[in-house]
Write a protein that binds this ligand. Structure first.
Ligand code: ADP
Length: 636
């Protein structure tokens, strides 16, 4: 190494942090007060990750610096200098890596993160965001005046690097004289944070937050943690608090998960798993265009990868946790993991156990289960629609809004539906639509309400695929109530009424033939309704056609998609229909009748929230109002 002064100086480079990092640092230093101790968890977690990486690499690659270094984390306190140093013999960083990892938030959405952090309400919320976005390292500035990071990469040719910052806007990078592999972070503790120079305090924090780190953590030479991986320990020796802390350690989410499941299997293959259902799902993570499976895979305690997509079906992508298998070779690669029969067996067990965990929640605690359902229901429904093997079990977990619910937010399970359906009822009735509000106002529900027949509201796009996939539940078929051929059988009262007025009957037939002509191209047919009581008309789907909602979804996906025309059913007993029939009888050429004819269709579409031609509707309304106001003016 040259001692030349000329080359020594320019090696110290001063750099500005990425803007987002500056904002983040400001917020960390100025807005998080009570939870400062988490900086230690974050740094230990980084050290542990660095040890995982070198451990894994050393299994196949001996061409690394210090191949025999002990894999541990050492913490030293200097009371006189008021410094705390955290050192690991992990994979270390090259100069470029330091710059990319520590000077920037190397993730898309970092600006978004800073924005959310600024808007976050309380500390808990902020901590959660910090966990989610993984800005762990910077949390050190909650307790530090100055941080000096020395690191040397495991690449034998890389030089050691010294990074230093006071957490204002800038940092410096320089060459360091360090022979050994790994990273040391020297923290100059702020005067108001001197509690973190107390070894007992540090030990307590480590036991609380980092007990399950699988490498020895030593404070002043003494090991503090229990390195036996949590998942290998017997279930009855692990406290609820430890399961919770382990979850936070894995995910960065400080919120308690909804449920956990500890799997220990010996035969036919030996593996362990700890699985969690988080309380909140980050939205981009669920609806992401390339969704991931976020389980950490270990082989014989060695971390292998954190996104093994073969471990779970995509409809369980909200589950977090670890899996550790003793029967896989340590040098498995991503490629060989695919189609590995052992992974397939693990997956089958995990799916069964997770469904069991969710069923347990549904039995134990309704409220908690509904939290789970509101968050992950749409994802679970993908499973019902696509995974025939688990369809039966998943169908029992489905929840829907319904016409018989006491309040609009209540849910019903298919089993409850079956349990309370009427003795002579043959089918499970449903109506699909854009929202539960638009479904609830549909005239199609009238006769069902009158007869106290329950109708499920299918208000999510995937719902119709779900009932089509299931076809039946408990031997009862699903039946859309907007099907033209739906026959409920007439009520006695309705039959009586039907025969009463021959004159009115003739007028209705006239009106129907008039409407057919007027509405040609808008509806497939016009017929007399057997199901309406309070509404003038309704649109129903032709026999064998897609439901209206399905067509709506098809149109969203494909602008060119031309759906089937629906049938207009009119209610001859309704005032509007009777009046129209009377006007028609008197004056076949009434221009108002033409408007009214179209308005019958628009009226239904308006309720569904899908008016196809707002201009025409607006004109219809104008003409109707014109006539009404003229009449009112004459009367006055
Ligand atoms: P995260 O750990 O969520 O990625 P951090 O801000 O804590 O976010 O760390 C950023 C990156 O810096 C890490 O992903 C890692 O690549 C690198 N890093 C941090 N600490 C260490 C360390 N002790 N050894 C090696 N690399 C580290």
């Amino acid at each position: 190494m040259s001692e030349d002064v000329q080359t020594e100086e320019p090696q110290v480079e001063k750099r500005a942090f990425q803007t987002e990092v500056q904002q983040l640092l400001h917020l960390l230093v100025h807005s998080l007060y009570t939870q400062k101790e988490i900086f230690l968890r974050e740094l230990i977690s980084n050290a542990s990750d660095a040890l995982d990486k070198i451990h894994h690499r050393s299994l196949t690659d001996r061409h690394i610096l210090d191949p025999n270094a002990e894999l541990d984390i050492e913490i030293e306190v200097s009371s006189s200098n008021k410094t705390l140093t955290i050192r690991d013999r992990g994979i270390g960083m090259t100069r470029d890596e330091v710059e990319n990892n520590i000077g920037t938030i190397a993730r898309s959405g970092s600006a978004e993160f800073a924005k959310q952090l600024a808007e976050a309400g309380d500390e808990q919320e902020k901590l959660k965001l910090i966990g989610q976005f993984g800005v762990g390292f910077y949390s050190v500035f909650m307790v530090a005046d100055r941080v000096v990071l020395t690191t040397r990469s495991a690449d034998p040719d890389a030089e050691a690097v010294l990074w230093e910052s006071t957490g204002d806007g800038t940092y410096t990078l320089a060459h360091a004289d360090e022979a050994a592999r790994g990273t040391a972070i020297k923290i100059y503790i702020r005067s108001d944070c001197e509690e973190f120079l107390d070894a007992h305090r540090l030990e307590a924090i480590i036991r609380k937050h980092s007990d399950f780190v699988s490498y020895p953590i030593k404070v002043a030479g003494k090991q503090v943690n229990d390195t036996a991986a949590l998942w290998t320990r017997p279930r009855n020796e692990i406290t609820a608090e430890q399961y919770r802390e382990f979850y936070t350690h894995l995910t960065g989410d400080p919120d308690e998960p909804l449920a956990h499941e500890h799997v220990i299997v010996d035969v036919p293959i030996q593996f362990y798993a700890v699985l969690y259902i988080p309380k909140h799902a980050p939205t981009p993570w669920l609806s992401h265009s390339e969704p991931k499976i976020s389980l950490n895979l270990h082989v014989k305690r060695v971390f292998i990868q954190d996104d093994c997509k073969d471990l779970l079906p995509l409809w369980l992508r909200f589950v977090r946790g670890v899996v550790d298998c003793d029967d896989l070779p340590l040098n498995v690669s991503r490629e060989t993991l695919q189609q590995n029969p052992i992974i397939a067996k693990i997956r089958a067990t995990l799916v069964r156990r997770i469904i069991g965990m969710i069923e347990g929640m549904a039995k134990r605690d309704q409220e908690q289960y509904l939290t789970c359902w509101r968050t992950y229901g749409a994802v679970l429904k993908e499973g019902v629609a696509m995974d025939v093997e688990h369809q039966g079990a998943l169908a029992k977990l489905l929840r829907f809004h319904s016409s018989l619910a006491d309040d609009a937010d209540a849910y019903v399970s298919l089993q409850t539906y079956i349990d309370r359906m009427q003795s002579e009822q043959e089918k499970i009735y449903y109506l699909a639509g854009e929202s539960k509000e638009s479904i609830a106002q549909s005239p199609l529900l009238e006769t069902f309400r009158k007869r106290s027949l329950e109708v499920l509201y299918l208000d999510e796009p995937v719902d119709e695929w779900v009932v089509h996939g299931l076809q039946k539940f408990a031997d009862k078929e699903f039946q859309a109530i907007d099907a033209a051929d739906l026959d409920l059988g007439a009520d006695a009262a309705e039959v009586q009424l039907a025969g009463v007025d021959q004159e009115q009957k003739a007028a209705t037939i006239e009106l129907i033939s008039f409407l057919k002509k007027q509405l040609d191209g808008r509806v497939a047919d016009v017929i007399e309704s057997k199901r309406l009581t309070d509404s003038p008309c309704v649109l129903v789907s032709p026999q064998g056609g897609l439901s209206q909602n399905m067509e709506r979804l098809m149109k969203l996906a494909d602008r060119e998609f031309k759906g089937h025309l629906r049938l207009l059913e009119i209610n001859p007993k309704h005032e509007i229909i009777r009046n129209m029939a009377a006007v028609l009888k008197r004056d076949r050429d009434s221009t108002q009748l033409e408007h009214w004819a179209h308005f019958l269709v628009d009226f239904v579409l308006l309720g569904e929230g899908t008016v196809e031609n707002p201009q025409r509707l607006s004109q219809s309304l104008q003409s109707i109002m014109g006539a009404a106001t003229a009449r009112a003016a004459e009367e006055g």
